[in-house]
Design a protein around this ligand. Structure first.
Ligand code: ROI
Length: 158
């Protein structure tokens, strides 16, 4: 199954956090990396008094189920010292399952496509960079979503 993961960090050397996460994800049995986007910097959305975030998107091929993959990404978040304080708090590492093939899943702790995918520039732009032709279940063409979203505060890092 082709899967897209969104990675984010705004604490403890964010770019290093995302590099370490990329390596950890690639090393999991049953996962192989297909593509990894540039890093993008943006101010915190829906939150104040936090450092800027660095975000990236990773495409993988996997034979894990959605819940096996969720357990795997949560274990990697925890290994990289994520402390869950308040819901929208600063974090060392956040890994979101953005897309799982063309599946639509609506479980309390696993909603796919990820709810942020339709309007978050820090998700849409890195996704578009690695897969410009994507059609997103429920939301339509990725290119149309990118065209509709504001790119004002998003900066490509490399
Ligand atoms: N804002 C940005 N720019 N990047 C994120 O990854 C991010 N993640 C979050 C909230 C707090 C909603 N804001 C964010 O969880």
């Amino acid at each position: 199954m082709r899967v897209y993961l969104g990675l984010g960090s705004n604490l403890d050397a964010p770019i290093e956090q995302l590099r370490a996460a990329r390596l950890a994800i690639s090393n999991v049995d049953g996962i192989s990396e297909i593509a990894f986007s540039s890093f993008y910097q943006s101010p915190p959305m829906d939150a104040k008094n936090q450092p800027d975030y660095i975000n990236a998107v990773m495409a993988i091929e996997t034979n894990l189920s959605p819940f096996e993959l969720l357990a795997t990404t949560q274990a990697i978040e925890n290994e990289q010292g994520r402390i869950r304080t308040e819901r929208w708090g600063a974090r060392t590492l956040d890994i979101d399952i953005l897309l799982f093939g063309n599946e639509i899943l609506n479980f309390p702790d696993l909603v796919i496509p990820h709810y942020g995918i339709s309007e978050r520039a820090f998700v849409l732009c890195p996704l578009f960079e690695i897969s410009p032709d994507l059609i997103i279940p429920k939301y339509g063409k990725l290119a149309d979503l990118v065209a509709r979203c504001s790119l004002d505060n998003l900066r490509k890092c490399n």
